[in-house]
Design a protein around this ligand. Sequence first.
Ligand code: FAD
Length: 512
Amino acid sequence: MTASMRPDDGQAQAIGSICIVGGGTAGWSAAALLSQVLRGSGCRITLVESSAIPTVGVGEATIPPIFDFLRNIGADEVEFIRRCRATFKLGIQFRDWLHHGHAYWHPFGNLGVTINQRPFHHYYCMNRAAGHGETLADLCPSVALAEDGKFAFPSPDGQWPGGAVAYALHFDAGLVAAFLRDHAVAAGVERLDRRIVGATRGEGERIAAVQFDDGESLEADFYIDCSGFRGLLIEETLGAGFEDWKHWLPCDSAVAAPTAAQEQRAPYTVATARSAGWQWRIPLQHRTGNGLVYASDFISDADAQAQLLAGLDGEAQADPRVLRFTAGLRKRAWVGNCLAIGLSAGFLEPLESTSIHLIHTGLNRLLDLFPDRRFDPALIAAYNRDVHREYAHIRDFLLLHYVPNRREGEPFWDHMRGLDLPDTLAEKIELFTRTGRIMSRQRELFSDISWFYVMHGMGLTPAALDPLAEAAPFGEVRKVIDQLRGAMQAFRSAAPTHDAILDRLLDPAETR
Ligand code: FAD
């Protein structure tokens, strides 16, 4: 490119300073990643947090792309697991969602193998329709391990069954923020423990400076708002607006309380449906995280607290703490020279552990669309469009857990069954129940197999299946299923327990 083809000097326009507001999981994730990517660029990164304002501190379950993030920031996985008191997560067990006494799995990882280039879920449905008794535990390695309280790392050769395992982590959110902080500070991020009382606006939709309670202020080229639900910069200063999805996802409160660590730590999250929401159980190395997510229109705080305590496996180790939220997202997560990441950008209930992932995809998207000081509106519009698409996809997936329920006579569940669905979800359910097809789009978080696990778990069955799958002689399909089942039995009996794997990892003398 010749100099004359450039609108002006790109170097002179480079972002020279970034101010991250907030030191929860979002703020320190942003600091850890940006300090890695911008090292050597001369860009100064400052993170401002107030030790007088607590973080939310309850984000404790993740999904498999957490490991991409750890790699991207250059963190050591085993050190992370040790320091953040993490356990492995093979998926989520949903209890009582379809009806009382029912349970199903949304595991990570694959089901069966592709036959004749058709996904296995068609053969799974065919097999069940023909009266055969194989369940997910016979054909999905992550479910088999989870049911046995076992764990295995995916086999590197990718061969079934070991190659079909996928996993994520449960961890202590406070320890994660400390881990990321140490990582970012070592990479040159400056940390200020100061309380911000406001921000001044510059030209247009730009922030000029943030102001501290002692009268001082800090200027930067680019601001990343990680201040939590309140959206100190994105909402209170820039008025980005909020798209409220409470009419679809009415849960707006949570109450949380830890219990002692499980004697045998389960390698999965449990989500149990309750009268006006659901209760999580997340096993960590040193304690168990518990919480009840509920719709305050359907149950009082006092009854929710009593319900949480009654549903615990042990004694609560602290008084239940109530949190409030609204499902939805900022109308614009990026405005001018300010980008919201984390709870300041939006929130969808933690049923599928997507919030921390949304922090990471927001940061990855920022890297893809990284601005210079001109803050090209085309970059900003592309970012905001993509965020909306991503949130809508997750919203639909969350709704799928509620809508087909058969908990008749319970006001919250009756309400959820009667919802007017977003078209995108109604179309997906119709396509599956008529044809067995799902058709997730590329770059969507939840792939066909995740949709299948939840649709199947929630009792949706297809009226017809893929004719190309049905064209395979059923005797041949049965042979494959018999082979898979045999391989699975050997695999699950040889696998070590989850505790044994953790003990080995946590022993400083051992390496994986
Ligand atoms: P916060 O944790 O609220 O941090 C805000 C930061 O801003 C703090 O450091 C605070 O000091 C600072 N701050 C605020 N105001 C000021 C000020 N005036 N001056 C200076 N500093 C300021 N996510 C998952 O992925 N998995 C889960 O299992 C999960 N479970 C959840 C359960 C519940 C009930 C809730 C509510 C959320 C859950 N989440 C989960 C979401 C997860 O907790 C958040 O995505 C994550 O913690 C990020 O929060 P944050 O950093 O955006 O905000």
